[in-house]
Design a protein around this ligand. Structure first.
Ligand SMILES: Nc1nc2c(ncn2[C@@H]2O[C@H](COP(=O)(O)OP(=O)(O)OP(=O)(O)O)[C@@H](O)[C@H]2O)c(=O)[nH]1
Ligand SMILES: [Mg+2]
Ligand SMILES: [Zn+2]
Length: 287
């Protein structure tokens, strides 16, 4: 399934595009889903089954209920930009989520053409910080094409989903990598807003040389509501080197004595902003 188009589902099968409707009792079908479908006597294509999802991304809807948005991606491309300014707490929540579901994650920092001395340093700081933890970082500019040769091989032969704040350039990156023909074949530019407009639904696109990209609508907030305190701690990968040296094996790295994670923060082996974001995610749990 590559997109919802109003009530209809847009399916792709052996390179051809079909419009289909879901059988009534099915759960919501999302971009990236693999489905079984059939042609009925009426000529309608009907989806009869959703195959099990390898990964999925959910978002709260207007009623604050979690709704699936996209499925079956291997990699999360956390996208930030010089404008709007990067939000490290949002980045860390996406990283924890990626670790939790076992998806790869990397960081794209777009619009480096807008760099002034001050936010230039912010971008360098982000690249240093997240590379030191082990995540690939790609400072790029679509305007000058700077950094794109490093990014493109990273998108090959897998399914990647773009996430991040509205206006950071997610759709613009896809537009650069995916030929017009594919964007039109989907006949979806209206639904996905893959123009200069804000994206309103997730849509899957193909990279000609191999690989798939899922565009997703930008978010201001991303709540990792489903995770426990332990799962949040596990999502901060650099804590793992230290947490088995904590005095208590169920240490939450907060007020406990002899906490190796807290010690690592004081020695600079764990970056303090990461630890603060960990505490902030933990606090959000208790509310
Ligand atoms: N200066 C500059 N502007 C850029 C660059 N890349 C994208 N933009 C602009 O940023 C704006 C937002 O880009 P989009 O691609 O729509 O952003 P998005 O992340 O898809 O936003 P949502 O769909 O709302 O989540 C557009 O006006 C782009 O032209 C860049 O490298 N440099
Ligand atoms: Mg968009
Ligand atoms: Zn501890």
């Amino acid at each position: 399934m590559i997109a919802n188009y109003g009530a209809a589902l847009i399916l792709e099968y052996e390179g051809d595009i079909y419009r289909a409707i879901p059988r009534r009792k099915l759960k919501q079908i999302v971009c990236g889903d693999f489905v079984q479908w059939q042609k009925e006597a009426t000529g309608n294509h009907v989806v009869t089954k959703i195959l099990p999802r390898k990964t999925s991304l959910e978002r709260p809807d207007y009623k604050n209920q979690l709704k699936p948005l996209a499925a079956n991606f291997d990699q999360i491309l956390i996208t930030a930009a010089l404008q709007p300014p990067p939000d490290r707490f949002l980045i860390d929540r996406y990283l924890v989520f990626a670790e939790h579901i076992g998806a790869k994650a990397c960081l794209i920092l777009n619009k480096i053409d807008l760099a002034s001395t001050k936010n230039q340093r912010e971008i360098e700081g982000l690249v240093d910080a997240y590379s030191s933890i082990g995540y690939s970082c790609f400072p790029i500019s679509l305007k000058t094409a700077s950094g794109l040769p490093d990014l493109l091989p990273h998108l090959a032969d897998k399914t990647s989903i773009f996430v991040g704040q509205s206006g950071v350039g997610k759709s613009s990156i896809i537009k650069r990598v995916v030929p017009d023909k594919d964007i039109r074949t989907g006949a979806l530019s209206a639904a996905s807003g893959l123009g200069s407009h804000t994206t309103t639904a997730a849509t899957l696109y193909h990279i000609p040389s191999g690989g798939h990209l899922i565009d997703s609508p930008g978010v201001r907030e991303f709540a990792v509501t489903q995770l426990s305190g332990v799962q949040i701690a596990e999502g901060f990968v650099e804590f793992r080197h230290f947490s088995d040296q904590c005095r208590f094996n169920n240490c939450t790295h907060q007020k406990e004595p002899n906490c190796a994670v807290k010690t690592a923060v004081t020695t600079g082996d764990i970056l303090s902003f990461r630890y603060e974001n960990y505490l902030k995610m933990h606090d959000a749990l208790d509310d």
